[in-house]
Design a protein around this ligand. Structure first.
Ligand code: MN
Length: 730
């Protein structure tokens, strides 16, 4: 290792700076240089050289990109906060807020701990890094830092080589690509490949080495041939031949299942011209000189790539049938291609050296992105950079290194519930980057969040609903309250149930009768009676609904359960007897056999109602309820005769119910809902407004006993606004 001589090192850096940013303030940069050198005094790199050489190298790469003075200074200082006693305040005082903020930004990125992440997580990680680097210069310096570390990776342990290379390949190279810093991307990829697949890497480099002489000769010849032809055409241009970068050849081999020998276009040429019109002129001439390969021409000038890359691409067949690619672009496009977003500073480093606010800077990026029409990943890129602009997401780590994406402003509560509701429900506190924080702490990009849980936790508090930012967390907290307040709900629900039971004359002892309970549970589709109470208490079911259905179930089961064999025999005997009495439609008419029977429409009698018959003229006997107004009006008329219901009824009968209720929307719906819940056989249902704010609903049901009707009437009485229910014939 050559000795580190500060003056010499600075001169070398200054030369690069002068070349790229002629108006740089070298004195100021020297101050940062000396300060950082002193701060890192005594620290050594793995190869034994002074640590500060790394900072100088990163600054040199930064200068090569043409970044501004602040960036170069920040690059020199980039490891001072992390590795020395230097503080942000100190840097701010000495070098201004910009430099201090950039160094702090780079430090934050450096502190991000990676583990082996799934591919799906990688995208989040890239977004996170971009989101963390509020200033695009932060990420460019981080890339410079990483590039130098990759260049000197040979001194690291094999494990570190592998993990850093994977991270570079999966995180930093794609970021460089998105920012359009192609030169850096290519180098990062090649260096990573060297450690990730040394065999594949050497396979390619050995072939390139073997052919190097031929290729270089070919390159040189081609450069001259193209340049001289362009000169004759009167076009000023510069032609650069180059070998394609190793990883691009590697990728092609794998994607197309080719051996290195089968990849011919190892060479590529760039023709760089002064203005746009010349690009197309050059293209025409190239196609005249060489035979173009069909389908390989791409116009990235009229349709730039998402990262703002512009060029004409074509592949042609050269001497001896070897294909090669030609890229044609202006100097300005070339700048953007090589330096991506960094080219922005190159353009801007004019004599005025004017400063822009972040707003304007990001507006520039936004414009750049918005003008891109190339579908593909433009959306992604836009989204990534949008992080800086709109901050609608925050990316944090689990202690295992998984990345979680949460809405901006998310708190440890949101994080806990995003892991699992059990974690959220038993959360008692949280640590961020190893320190206890309040549960309302707004998470920052890159935070490592640890949730402290306890089995004895009392569960979430109601305030959490106001603190949590994600819908997921809020709905899980609500769920908890619904479930956990069960005891309370049961107590309240049981009271409501008992009150309703009392109201309709249902005895609680019947409900809790061990023989009856299984039937009730089955009918209500629940595990135990508490479920019903809890549901009533929570408001999921009305007490009236539950009591009504349970009462029906009790009635139904009582009839079947208590039906003994003896009773069944009795029934059979009864039926025989009825037959002898010639019951007609379930009605026995005293002294008249087999007469015609009809049920009056005025009072619609059904079994269970006391009835009386009227001998019509020629139409048989019409049956009325004894409380029918028609009977009461002329009881003395000699045509009334005694009738009775047969003991055993199998038919069903039509019966009317008249409801008078306050006129309101939803009345009929409520009535229908109840009829449905009782499984009532409805023949017709008519409603009409009667004026004076009242409505009448007339229902015709099919029943086999008046008790069924009574059940329906009782139930309908609970409908809001109902004033009177009767069976007609009054
Ligand atoms: Mn570093």
């Amino acid at each position: 290792m050559t000795e580190f001589v500060p003056d010499k090192a600075f001169d070398a850096l200054a030369a690069v700076i002068r070349e790229n940013t002629p108006h740089a303030d070298l004195a100021r940069i020297r101050e940062a240089f000396d300060f950082a050198a002193a701060a890192h005094e005594g620290q050594k790199r793995k190869d034994g050289s002074p640590y500060f050489t790394h900072a100088v190298a990163a600054a040199t790469i930064t200068a090569e990109m043409g970044l501004d003075d602040e960036s170069v200074m920040a690059a020199l200082l980039h490891d001072t906060i992390e590795d020395t006693d230097v503080t942000h305040e100190q840097l701010e005082q000495l070098f201004g807020p910009d430099v201090a903020d950039i160094v702090e930004g780079v430090t934050k990125l450096t502190r991000v701990q990676y583990s082996t992440l799934e591919e799906a997580q990688m995208e989040n990680l890239r977004k996170m890094l971009l989101a963390m680097a509020k200033d695009i210069r932060v990420i460019l310096i981080k890339l410079a830092d990483r590039l130098h570390n990759m260049r000197t990776m040979e001194y690291q342990s094999p494990e570190k080589q592998l993990s850093k290379s994977r991270e570079t390949m999966e995180v930093y190279a794609p970021i460089a690509h998105r920012l359009g810093v192609e030169r850096m991307k290519d180098e990062l990829e090649d260096l990573s490949l060297l450690y990730l697949d040394p065999v594949g890497y050497r396979e390619i480099t050995s072939i390139l080495d073997k052919r190097r002489e031929t290729l270089e000769k070919f390159q040189k010849a081609m450069e001259e041939r193209i340049e001289s032809r362009m000169e004759r055409e009167g076009i000023a241009c510069k032609v650069y031949g180059r070998l394609k970068h190793i990883y691009s050849i590697y990728r092609k081999m794998y994607a197309q299942h080719l051996g290195v020998e089968e990849i011919f276009d190892l060479c590529a040429f760039r023709v760089i011209v002064n203005d746009l019109a010349d690009c197309y002129n050059v293209l025409g001439i190239i196609h005249e000189m060489f035979r173009p390969v069909p389908g390989r021409f791409k116009d990235y000038i009229s349709t730039p790539k998402p990262n703002n890359y512009q060029s004409l691409h074509t592949t042609v067949i050269g001497t001896e049938g070897i294909p090669f690619e030609v890229q044609i672009r202006t100097w300005q496009m070339h700048m953007t291609a090589e330096y991506g977003v960094a080219a922005h500073w190159k353009y801007k480093s004019g004599p005025a050296g004017h400063k822009e606010g972040d707003e304007e800077k990001f507006a520039w990026i936004r414009r750049l992105l918005e003008t891109q029409q190339d579908a593909g990943d433009v959306q992604d890129l836009y989204h990534d950079l949008k992080m800086d602009l709109f901050d609608d997401e925050v990316f944090v780590f689990t202690p295992n290194g998984d990345v979680k994406s949460l809405p901006a402003g998310a708190t440890p509560i949101d994080f806990a519930y995003s892991i699992h509701s059990a974690v959220g429900n038993s959360m008692t506190g949280a640590k961020v980057n190893g320190r206890i924080v309040p549960i309302a702490y707004p998470l920052q990009n890159g935070d490592i969040v640890t949730i402290i849980t306890s089995h004895s936790s009392a569960g979430p508090s109601r305030d959490w609903l106001n603190i949590a930012k994600s819908g997921e967390a809020r709905s899980k907290i609500k769920q908890w309250f619904k479930r956990e307040r069960r005891e309370e709900n049961i107590v309240q629900g049981r009271e409501m149930f008992e009150a309703e039971a009392r109201r309709i004359g249902l005895v609680m002892a019947d409900v809790t009768d061990p023989e009856m309970v299984p039937h009730i549970l089955k009918r209500m589709a629940v595990q135990d009676l508490d479920d019903i109470y809890a549901s009533i208490g929570y408001g999921g079911m009305t007490a009236a609904h539950a009591v009504g259905r349970i009462r029906d179930e009790i009635v139904r089961n009582r009839t079947t359960v208590r039906k003994t064999e003896l009773e069944k025999m009795q029934e059979r005997a009864d039926r025989r007897q009825q037959k002898e009495l010639r019951a007609v439609q379930g009605v026995l008419v005293e002294g008249l056999d087999n007469c015609l029977i009809k049920f009056s429409r005025c009072c619609t009698p059904v079994p269970g109602d006391p009835i009386v018959g009227f001998i019509t003229r020629g139409l048989g006997v019409s049956i009325h309820r004894k409380d029918c107004v028609n009977y009461r009006r002329d009881t003395d008329n000699g045509r009334w005769i005694t009738v009775s219901w047969a003991d055993r009824i199998t038919d069903s009968y039509a019966a009317d119910i008249y409801i008078t209720a306050d006129e309101r929307g939803g009345l009929v719906m409520d009535v229908a809902t109840i009829l449905n819940s009782l499984n009532a056989k409805v023949r017709s249902l008519n409603a009409r407004d009667t004026g004076k704010g009242l409505s009448t609903v007339i229902i015709t049901l099919e029943v086999s006993h008046s008790s069924e009707l009574q059940t329906v009437i009782n139930k309908l009485q609970t409908v809001r606004g109902v004033r009177d229910i009767n069976r007609g014939g009054q």
